[in-house]
Ligand binder design. Structure first.
Ligand code: ATP
Length: 305
């Protein structure tokens, strides 16, 4: 009994940590079967394949009854469109992604989230999660080969497909220089990859999975600007044709989003394109000015423009 309890207890802790940090979504799938907190309704339907329109309709949510986190959040990401969310730490950005992936359900009477008109609470979890790819801030790697770690995006993918995804994620040249190439062991007990390299593994996984909806949780940790630019280019490339929600920390990366939502204390306080929000001269314009100041303070003189 004790023997059984310890691993289950460990899984419980791991589950909570993963759900909280949105880190290793794939590992979630295995755990979900033993720890489903949000279950399929008896007559749940599978989300039909194809492009997806995502709508948050007057969403209210709190992790605990006593503390509401989201207030009347309302926005639409048209099929193939890109919406970015910005706001200070704790304003509720990641909570939107957690709700869309159904780690939690919106509160009873607290609005709804739909995909192509289907309330996500009425969809099977497998079809919902199969339709969403997440490129997390910090990817947790399995203690296995780099091939395995990429292939996890779609376990049926061939070695050639894994390599194509790896090339598209700008990972292939790096992998080729490793002692055992794609067979090189990575993770805690193998080769440690940098933040940028791990994110490229996550991008390669997402490319293999090729879901209609993508969530990018931008890294908060500083990547060097060349890596950041390279990753940014990749993200834009794979976002094309996908319905995309970007949780942004760097405003420079989301300037061409179709719509930018500015969140403060769980509410959308401004929305519009980059140009519209600058013209509004409100919270976004202030954030933009502040970030420009920080960037120029950080940049070495030879990089200054
Ligand atoms: P950051 O930019 O720092 O990632 P964020 O805007 O993504 O922040 P959220 O992670 O969505 O913010 O958190 C919004 C609020 O919800 C915060 O006040 C946070 O403390 C609270 N919160 C997050 N997860 C939980 C949880 N599991 N239980 C209770 N409160 C939580």
């Amino acid at each position: 009994m004790i023997q059984l309890y310890i691993p289950l207890n460990f899984l419980g802790v791991l589950y909570r940590e993963i759900r909280q940090s949105l880190t290793d979504i794939e590992r979630m799938f295995a755990l979900m079967d033993t720890h489903r907190e949000v279950a399929d309704v008896p007559d749940a339907v599978a989300l039909p394949a194809g492009p997806c329109e995502v709508r948050f309709q007057q969403v209210n949510f709190g992790y605990e009854r006593s503390r509401q986190i989201l207030f009347d959040v309302d926005f639409t990401i048209p099929a193939g469109g890109r919406v970015a969310v910005v706001g200070h730490s704790g304003s509720g950005k990641s909570t939107l992604a957690r709700l869309l992936y159904r780690f939690y359900d919106v509160n009873e009477g607290g609005g709804r989230i739909t995909i192509n008109g289907h309330d996500i609470r009425r969809l099977t979890q497998d079809s919902l999660r199969g339709a969403i790819g997440i490129v997390p801030q910090d990817t947790v790697l399995f203690n296995d080969s780099i091939h395995y770690n990429i292939q996890y995006g779609r376990v049926s993918a061939s070695a050639a497909e894994v390599e194509t995804a790896s090339r598209a994620a700008q990972l292939h040249d790096f992998v080729q220089k490793l002692p055992d190439g794609y067979a090189t062991k990575v993770g805690e007990r193998g080769l440690k990859l940098s933040g940028g390299e791990k994110q490229r593994v996550a991008i390669a996984r997402a490319l293999l999975k090729n879901p209609p909806i993508l969530i990018f949780d931008e890294a908060t940790s500083a990547l060097d600007s060349r890596t950041e630019q390279a990753i940014q280019g990749q993200l834009e490339q794979i976002a094309r044709g996908h319905t995309t929600l970007v949780i942004a920390h760097r405003l420079s990366t989301i300037m061409d989003a179709d719509q930018i939502l500015v969140m403060e204390a769980g509410r959308i306080i401004e929305r519009g394109s980059h140009a519209e929000l600058l013209a509004l001269d409100g919270a976004y314009a202030q954030m933009w000015a502040l970030q420009a100041q920080e960037d120029s303070a950080e940049a070495p003189p030879e990089n200054a423009v």
